[in-house]
Design a protein around this ligand. Structure first.
Ligand code: ZN
Length: 162
């Protein structure tokens, strides 16, 4: 199975630990038809349980991951959380999982520009007296805010797969 992705980086001046990193799916060649029947398997960028030393500055690893939910007792109640495991071979046919980062793209400038626009729009929104304008500014602010959030989101594997 071959997974090709672009790595998007928004750099933080203070430390690489705070860089925003996400991966965008470029192409995916599935090894077999059974793979998409495993509901808890997908590409992701997470802290994983089973690969010491592979992670980057943030402690996370990108790859094909198995997502396990578990509950734990927090002293008062039961909480639910997730654990991730890196999968190196297809569990259905045994084919090796090949992940290629075909391009690394620095999105810092683009992100900073949107962040500035977002701040300006928020300022406009809270200072606005007109009700109709305020609604419009609020809408525009949400669009910009969603755009900023999208830099945190890594693509799923199966959205282009049918
Ligand atoms: Zn397979």
């Amino acid at each position: 199975m071959k997974i090709n992705v672009e790595k998007w980086i928004v750099r933080d001046k203070s430390s690489p630990v705070y860089d925003i990193i996400s991966y965008r799916l470029v192409s995916f060649e599935p090894c077999c038809g059974d793979i998409k029947e495993i509901p808890l398997l997908n590409i992701g960028y997470e802290i994983v349980e089973n690969s010491k030393g592979l992670e980057d500055e943030s402690g996370k690893v990108f790859g094909l991951l198995l997502k396990e939910s578990y509950s734990w007792y927090n002293g008062e109640d039961t909480d639910e959380d997730f654990r991730f495991y890196l999968i190196n071979n297809c569990p259905c046919c045994g084919d090796k999982v090949e992940v290629n980062i075909v391009k690394e793209i620095d999105k810092t400038e683009e992100y900073n520009r949107i962040e500035d626009e977002c701040k300006v729009m928020h300022e406009k929104w809270i200072k606005c007296d007109s009700k109709s304008k305020s609604t419009e500014y609020g809408k525009q602010w949400r669009v910009l805010n969603d755009k900023m959030n999208s830099y945190h989101q890594t693509d799923g594997l199966f959205k282009q797969y049918s």
